[in-house]
Design a binder for this molecule. Structure first.
Ligand SMILES: [Zn+2]
Ligand SMILES: [Zn+2]
Length: 419
């Protein structure tokens, strides 16, 4: 969400800071650069954007369950946001979610900006944020989920829907993705399964499998990009391969763009699962605010449709509206992994589809800026959709990992074990 308490309507929407639209940026007389009530492309979310979203969700969408993938505080690290200030954001947002979605079960995860020290978690000590959230998040997490969360920042919890319907055979697994965040510099010395997450995930999924249960994985940082270190994501890939038959799908945030990519089998490279990344509420970095709704069948929990809702903040009178449904939008046969492989090939061969995909990522916020998607543009999308580790993505592009800084840094610290 990246809420910004200091967002002020009428302030300048352009500046040389990370985020604008604050009083410090001035109140220009030129109406073209005055910030509007619902947000601007170089600014984080005003309160009004969040409250309008909550009203729209309650009036129109009426979900059975909510997934919150983290990053709640503003991008104001360079302006000095500290843990005390972050607590005030969590206090407000926790209350906002509870009061607006009182009876809707909610499954939260933490984003890299949220940690007491932005981007960092030291796995040799307890993260203060987990402890701080204990009281408020006990509203959503049951006692055993909370007991693990406050120690480790991850949990599993049975799926419940609005109205109290409980699916005892389905578990939501909330990941702590700081264990793989490339910019979490503690990981340079803590590389032996930081936070013990992979070991726990392996044990947890083994137990679910033995008891004929299934899982939906949620987290902040997706495993397929350069932001998730390859040592971790290649092991995560092995686990998602081993348990492909019980992992229905996974959902992430972080990129602020609407993506989807396939999980692949380690040996055969067959597509075995779909990993969804939703767009963001904050318009920062040229996005129209958006959120997604997953429609699944209530017996097997296979995704049937994925709907996106968005708000065009550049409109004269911005309003939340239905944006698209994924299957129909890209003419997919269904939402199976092979359908996404097929989509990647069609994008590679069709410029109009590549352009559509690129524009959809930001809910058309860049439509006026991007007018072509050449073969390089389309090849990048093709590889992104088909791969779920960063090195696999590079390999798809034909790039040697030692040619990129991320590969060079990882080379220095591989192999992945504790000294
Ligand atoms: Zn993030
Ligand atoms: Zn973010």
């Amino acid at each position: 969400m990246h809420l910004d308490f200091q967002y002020k309507e009428g302030t300048s929407n352009t500046c040389d800071k990370v985020i604008c639209c604050r009083a410090i940026n001035g109140f220009p007389s030129d109406t073209n650069i005055q910030s509007g009530q619902y947000g601007e492309y170089k600014c984080d979310s005003p309160i009004k954007l969040l409250t309008s979203m909550a009203d729209y969700i309650n009036n129109v969408v009426q979900p059975d369950v909510i997934i919150w993938t983290g990053d709640s505080v503003p991008h104001s690290e360079s302006m000095g946001i500290g843990f005390e200030e972050k607590k005030s954001y969590f206090q407000w947002i926790n209350q906002f979610l509870k009061s607006n979605f009182t009876n809707i079960p909610l499954y939260p995860t933490i984003g890299n900006h949220d940690y007491s020290k932005t981007n960092f978690e030291d796995f040799t000590r307890q993260e203060p944020l987990f402890q701080y959230l204990q009281t408020d998040w006990s509203y959503w997490l049951d006692a055993s989920a909370m007991a693990l969360f406050k120690q480790k920042g991850y949990y599993k919890q049975v799926l419940k829907l609005k109205g109290g319907r409980t699916f005892s055979n389905i578990y939501i697994i909330g990941l702590n993705t700081e264990v793989c965040y490339f910019y979490n510099f503690y990981l340079f010395s803590q590389r032996n399964d930081p936070g013990d997450l992979l070991n726990w995930l392996d044990i947890t999924l083994t137990d679910l499998e033995a008891n004929y249960k299934i899982a939906i994985l949620i987290g902040h940082i997706p495993p397929n990009g350069m932001d998730c270190n390859n040592g971790w994501s290649s092991r995560y890939k092995a686990i998602t391969d081993r348990f492909q038959h019980i992992i229905r799908f996974s959902a992430y945030g972080h990129s602020h763009k609407e993506w989807h990519n396939n999980a692949r089998a380690v040996i055969s490279a067959k597509p075995i699962g779909v990993q969804y990344q939703t767009g963001s509420i904050t318009p920062l970095k040229n996005n129209n605010p958006s959120f997604r709704v997953y429609e699944v069948d209530d017996q097997y929990f296979v995704p049937l449709k994925v709907h996106t809702y968005s708000m065009d903040i550049s409109a004269a009178n911005p309003q939340w509206a239905y944006d698209h449904e994924l299957k129909q939008h890209y003419s997919l046969t269904n939402l199976s992994p092979s359908s996404f492989d097929d989509l990647s090939v069609r994008i590679l061969n069709t410029e109009s589809l590549g352009l559509k995909y690129t524009q959809t990522q930001s809910s058309q916020a860049l439509a006026q800026l991007i007018t072509s998607c050449d073969i390089i543009c389309r090849f990048l999308i093709y590889c992104q959709i088909r791969q779920n580790t960063f090195y696999d993505y590079l390999s798809c592009l034909g790039i040697n990992k030692s040619q990129v800084i991320f590969g060079q840094v990882e080379f220095l610290f591989d192999p992945w074990f504790q000294f």
